[in-house]
Design a protein around this ligand. Structure first.
Ligand SMILES: [Zn+2]
Ligand SMILES: [Zn+2]
Length: 298
């Protein structure tokens, strides 16, 4: 019994580690900058991200920004409208590989999406050894089974660490096909409660597409964004800072929510916020900008 509990704990921990990397570091951190990673953590994510998740950071960000730019059109890399709900599992992989190829060929449609990133595609992809992280995780799992006869423990470890394709599929397919909406947006994004609970709040796609620069994906009282909760815990340890999340009431949205981030999105003219909280936020941002001196080769 204790063994099964251990297997479950290992699966949950590795799954959450993977989700933290993708949802908080890759997505909210690098793709949208709705949280600012500390310089040290940002460097770690750039170097270690693809070893831990098996996913290249720059290509992921490029594909994700294309998803926002062309959401649910034929140019969307992983819309269920284009691939079908189940086909999205393979479709997202095809589009990811295509993104890697086009970035390598310096296709301006792709490079323009990540022009602000000061790092290259990871060395694993540049050297065509992108399967190495998967092989290493598999070797750890097999060792666990073969040497110690803990096959279930090894499997729990492997599937937790390499769970991203399934998480991505749940979010990309169900988050754009099945669920309710809080806001009228120009795409088919939906809020899918089950997917949101399983995937650190990522299932609230309708909220996220309405307020892409908000670090918090939940807006209604019954919605729970675990990723935002984890981001707050990491912020307490000084690993990151929450950037944009302020929701205030507005008469224009059905549920009385409005995100400050939309003003950034539409370029509206707003007076600068010089409150002490915001000034310290700006200082943190400029410190991070200063730390990014030279493009990194990893
Ligand atoms: Zn989406
Ligand atoms: Zn996004």
């Amino acid at each position: 019994m204790r063994y099964y509990t251990l297997c479950l704990l290992v699966f949950i921990s590795t799954y959450c580690l993977n989700m933290t990397f993708i949802s908080i570091f890759y997505h909210r951190g690098i793709a949208h900058e709705s949280v600012f990673l500390s310089a040290r953590l940002r460097r770690f994510v750039i170097v270690a991200g693809s070893w831990i998740t098996g996913i290249d950071l720059k290509s992921w960000v490029c594909m994700h920004r294309m998803h926002h730019a062309y959401s649910d059109t034929l140019k969307d890399p992983h819309s269920p409208k284009r691939w079908g709900i189940f086909g999205t599992l393979i479709g997202q992989l095809i589009s990811y590989n295509k993104t890697l190829r086009e970035l390598d060929l310096k296709n301006p449609d792709y490079t323009a999406m990540v022009h602000d990133l000061d790092f290259d595609v990871n060395i694993l992809n540049r050297k065509n050894i992108s399967m190495l992280p998967y092989a290493i995780q598999l070797a750890i799992a097999i060792t666990c089974g073969w040497v110690f006869n803990y096959w279930l423990l090894g499997s729990a470890y492997f599937f937790g660490m390499m769970s991203h394709p399934i998480q991505g599929w749940l979010v990309n397919s169900f988050g754009h096909a099945v669920g309710y909406t809080n806001f009228d947006v120009s795409d088919d994004s939906r809020n899918n409660t089950l997917v949101a609970w399983l995937c650190f709040g990522e299932g609230y796609q309708n909220n996220h597409h309405r307020f892409p620069k908000s670090a918090k994906f939940s807006v209604r009282w019954f919605e729970f964004d675990m990723g935002y909760m984890v981001a707050n815990i990491l912020a307490r340890f000084g690993m990151l800072k929450i950037s944009k999340v302020r929701f205030t009431t507005s008469p224009t949205d059905g549920f009385g929510y409005w995100a400050e981030s939309m003003l950034f999105e539409v370029g509206a003219n707003v007076a600068p916020d010089l409150s002490p909280r915001n000034v310290s936020k700006m200082k943190f941002r400029s410190k991070i900008a200063n730390d990014r001196t030279a493009p990194s080769k990893i």
